[in-house]
Structures are given as C-alpha cells and as structure tokens.
Design a protein around this ligand. Structure first.
Ligand SMILES: C[S@@+](CC[C@H](N)C(=O)[O-])C[C@H]1O[C@@H](n2cnc3c(N)ncnc32)[C@H](O)[C@@H]1O
Length: 505
C-alpha cells in the first residue's frame, strides 16, 4: 500500500539513482530500501515499543527518507532528524520533506556531535566496503569505537559497522535501533568486533536473516539481515533468530540465549539448528497444576508469627503459608517448618464463622475483623464476593511448589521447584503441583519425593522457558496449563501409577 506522497518519493528516488553510475553508488553505498521492507521493519520495531512513548526518530544516512515515510504510515512522530552526505540526494530530499516534521542536515554523520538523544533509529547504512574508505577516516572510526566501547574493530569492516556502533551515542537508554545490513558480518572473521558490540554492549533483541536467494535490493547483490537491539544491557536475555520469508512471517524462528552467542563463532548455523524435541509424558500427566491462593488482601490475611502472637489470634483459623518467592531462600521445607527462619513464618487467616459467632467466642479475632472492615478490606474485589468476606478458599498443602515468574531467563533461578514436606500452602505468586490420584501414593515415600524434586529442578532452563512466555524487558512467566504441557520423560522411571485391579481395565 503506497500513499500518494510515498509514490512521489519513490519516483524521486528512481530518478536520482538513474543519474548515478553503479560505481558512484557503490562507493557511497547508495542502495535504497524498498518501501514494503521499510514498512515491515517499522511494524516490527513498533511492536517492541510502548505505544504511549512519543517517537523521537533518527536516520543517520537518510537518502530520500524511506524509513520516515514508512514510520509516519503507522505512527505519530514527535521529532525526526536525518543526515545525508551527498548533495545529490540531500537537496531534493530536504525540499521534499520541507513541510513535514522531518529535518534533514547536509553533512557527514561521523562529523556530527550527538546533540539530542533519540529513542528510535532505523537505518539502511551505506555498505561501502573497507577498500573504498579513506585510511585516515577508517583509523579515526576504529579509534572512536575502541575508546567508546573498548572494542577493536577489524580494518576489513565496511562503513555500515561504524554506523551501527557509533550511532548508539545518539540513542537514549532503552531506545531501539534496527539496522538493515549485509548478513555476511554474522559469519566472517572481521565481524567479531561488531558481534562483540551486540552481545556485550547492548541488548540484542533479534536478527532476521533474509534467504540469500531472496535478494532485498534489486540493484545490489548482497544478502541482508535486520539486526535490532535496545540501548541497555541485561544479562541472560533471549534473542530471536529468524530467517527466510519476511520479518513478520519468517520461515524459521528460534530463541537462543545471548550466552550461547559467541562473537568468535559464525552465527548463521545458529539460525537453522533445531532444538531437540523432547518426547515423553507431560508434567500434567502426573500433576494437576494450580496457582496458589488469592487471599484478596495479603496485608490483612497473611500475618507473621509475631503478629499472630501480638494479636492473640486463635490457631484454628490460621494455616501456615510460605513467604513470597523473593524472600524464600530454602528450596526444601521440612515437615515442621523448622528450617524456616522465624521471620519467614507466616499464617493465612481464614474463618467460616459468622461475625456474631466470632464476637461471642473469639474477642481478639472479632477485633481484627472489625479493624479489617474499617480498613475497607471487605470491599476489595475478592472479599466482596465471599461469604463471609474473611473466609478464604480452602486449600490443602501440595508436595511441590514452583516459582513461575521473574526476570532472568535461561541461566537464572526464576523457575525454582520447592519440596514442601510441611502443611504450608502458598499464595498465587507460586504454582502448586498436586499429584494426580494414581500417583498420590508415591509421595508418601520420602525417597521418591526427593527424587521427583531433584528431577524437576534438573530440567534444563531452556526447556522450561520454551514452554512459558517472555515479555518485554526479560520478564518470563509460565502459566499452569503451560507447565502441565511440559514434557518430563525423566519422571517415568520414578513415578509409577498405582497398579489397578485387573477388573478395572
Ligand atoms: C544505503 S543508502 C540508504 C538510504 C535510505 N536510508 C534508504 O534506506 O533508502 C545510504 C545513504 O547514506 C548516505 N551516506 C553515505 N555516507 C554517509 C555519511 N558519512 N553520512 C551521512 N550519509 C551518508 C548515502 O549518500 C546514501 O544516500
């Protein structure tokens, strides 16, 4: 879909290109991005951004402004700036965009001082090969990369490598940068410094590799990739590697850990490696997985041991409950909870009696319930739907709990399985694994309990993250049904179903 303005821009581009020889265009890397490809890149990066964040856009080597044209098709742009070194493109282009929000500056991008920061960079930089670069310029650019990032760049790198790295000085913290570049840099030896920048200095989000036979530029024989990163550094993040087709519907797609992307190795083989398919029974065959209890107001219903003593609350309405995952350091809770530190012992308050009965029999509890009503706890969403409002859902303890949400990813301990031998239940910041009827008997055996717990904690983190979902900013989460679908062949040797009578078959 092309609007009238885009149609005119494209005609202008064609006309300007036709006045130049191939050699001239080669030296200044003047191969324009097809509009539909620019739209694909725009839609992709917009899906990574908070839509409420006003866009401040930079295109360091703008030509006739195809990315700006595509961007304004899909979003409002608060501020936009472009640089163009060649007056042949600069003059008609700046005139063309003169009544828009885009400002174009005539000059060499590398001569500019970053004056303001931008939160979005989209670019198809000049691919100018190293032998067309003036040796003095090359030396200066290499020194800048070394002094700003501590990275040695090979003298064989094309101009686009310096564009991609040095433009990040113009990028705000958390700003996104997406680059259409030759895919060879992912594999050649001289690409090591560029790859080190991507793995160590920014948060690499994704790389899409177009199929080599699917040449993106009708007039330049290169196979291309789109490299997208965020200006922040988080450890252990996952990177999406896709290839073939379009960025939106690639033929292949894999998620790999940044820790597995070694800058000294070729990256292309990583795009096609298949993750081994894990066969075997899913976890849901052995366990029913539920979220922990939603009390409706943890600060009212969950009390520390000290508070219980202080308020003299009756024991029969208190059920032990584990502290939230961030405070729980133990991965095994003993039967009497004795390995929990005092400050980690909590209780869930829940009482089925009417207020009159409580008033007659439990003065201290009555005072607390009345205090809850003064604090308007009874008006909360969950409490207002319960009768009486201070009676929580009844739950029994489960032998295994799991932490299912957090930042981290493959190498982290976001997902921990906790062996619970106590009567403690958990809040909905955990998942509870209840054995199915035919496997319940296994859990009365301490040896089997421990083996199951060890097996679960030994599941490769990659298998776990693949069954859950990741959100922006490295947040991972597994829902109960997703966990039930996780294949755990390792459990087959340990958990044997209760033998049924011959007549039950
Ligand atoms: C590959 S073209 C891309 C143009 C446009 N961004 C697009 O995608 O169609 C690269 C552009 O960068 C310009 N250019 C080359 N070296 C430059 C430099 N040092 N500073 C600014 N622009 C430069 C070229 O003249 C050319 O117009």
């Amino acid at each position: 879909m092309r609007n009238n303005r885009e149609h005119r821009r494209e005609l202008m581009q064609k006309e300007l290109d036709s006045c130049k020889s191939d050699r001239e265009r080669n030296i200044l890397g003047q191969y324009s991005t097809p509009f539909l490809l620019a739209c694909d890149i725009v839609k992709y990066v917009l899906s990574l951004r908070n839509p409420d964040d006003p866009i401040r856009f930079l295109e360091p080597s703008i030509g006739t402004g195809v990315f700006y044209s595509a961007l304004t098709e899909y979003a409002d742009v608060q501020e936009a700036l472009g640089f163009e070194i060649d007056a042949h493109y600069y003059r008609p282009s700046s005139q063309f965009w003169s009544d828009s929000g885009l400002r174009i500056i005539h000059g060499d991008f590398f001569e500019q001082m970053p004056r303001s920061r931008f939160n979005l960079i989209l670019a198809n930089p000049p691919y100018t090969r190293h032998h067309h670069l003036d040796s003095g310029l090359k030396q200066r650019l290499r020194e800048r990369v070394l002094s700003q990032f501590g990275i040695g760049i090979s003298g064989l790198c094309g101009l686009y490598c310096y564009f991609m790295i040095l433009s990040s000085a113009w990028l705000e913290q958390e700003g996104i940068s997406s680059w259409l570049i030759p895919s060879e840099v992912l594999d050649v030896n001289y690409g090591e410094g560029v790859k080190r920048f991507l793995t160590d200095k920014v948060e690499l989000i994704s790389i899409h590799r177009f199929d080599p036979e699917d040449v993106q530029f009708s007039d330049a024989l290169v196979s291309s990739a789109v490299v997208t990163f965020r200006n922040s550094k988080r450890r252990h993040q996952d990177v999406v590697l896709s290839s073939g087709g379009s960025m939106y519907s690639p033929r292949r797609r894999r998620v790999v850990s940044i820790d597995d992307m070694d800058a000294a190795h070729k990256w292309t083989p990583m795009f096609s490696m298949e993750d081994p398919i894990v066969e075997g029974l899913p976890l849901g065959h052995y366990f029913k997985v539920s979220r922990g209890i939603a009390s409706g107001n943890n600060s009212f219903f969950i009390l520390s041991e000290d508070e219980v003593v202080e308020r003299d609350l009756p024991k029969e309405f208190l059920q032990p409950i584990l502290p939230p995952p961030r405070n729980l350091k133990e991965t095994r809770i003993m039967e009497d909870g004795s390995n929990l530190k005092c400050r980690d012992r909590y209780y869930l308050l829940s009482c089925p009696l009417s207020l009159d009965e409580i008033k007659g029999r439990y003065a201290s509890l009555y005072r607390y319930v009345v205090e809850g009503e003064k604090r308007k706890v009874n008006e909360g969403y969950n409490c207002s739907r319960r009768k009486p409002w201070y009676c929580c859902e009844l739950r029994t303890a489960a032998p295994i709990y799991m932490t299912y949400m957090g930042r981290g990813g493959d190498g982290s301990d976001v997902f921990r399985f906790i062996l619970n031998e106590s009567a403690s239940i958990v809040t909905n910041s955990y998942l509870m694994l209840y054995p199915r009827n035919e496997y319940k008997y296994c859990f009365s055996d301490a040896g089997i309990r421990s083996s199951v717990w060890r097996i679960l904690n030994g599941i490769p983190k990659k298998r776990l993250t693949a069954c859950g979902r990741s959100y922006g900013g490295g947040l991972f989460k597994i829902e109960p049904k997703e966990l039930e679908s996780l294949r755990v062949p390792e459990l087959e040797d340990v958990l044997k179903p209760l033998q049924k009578s011959l007549f039950d078959q």
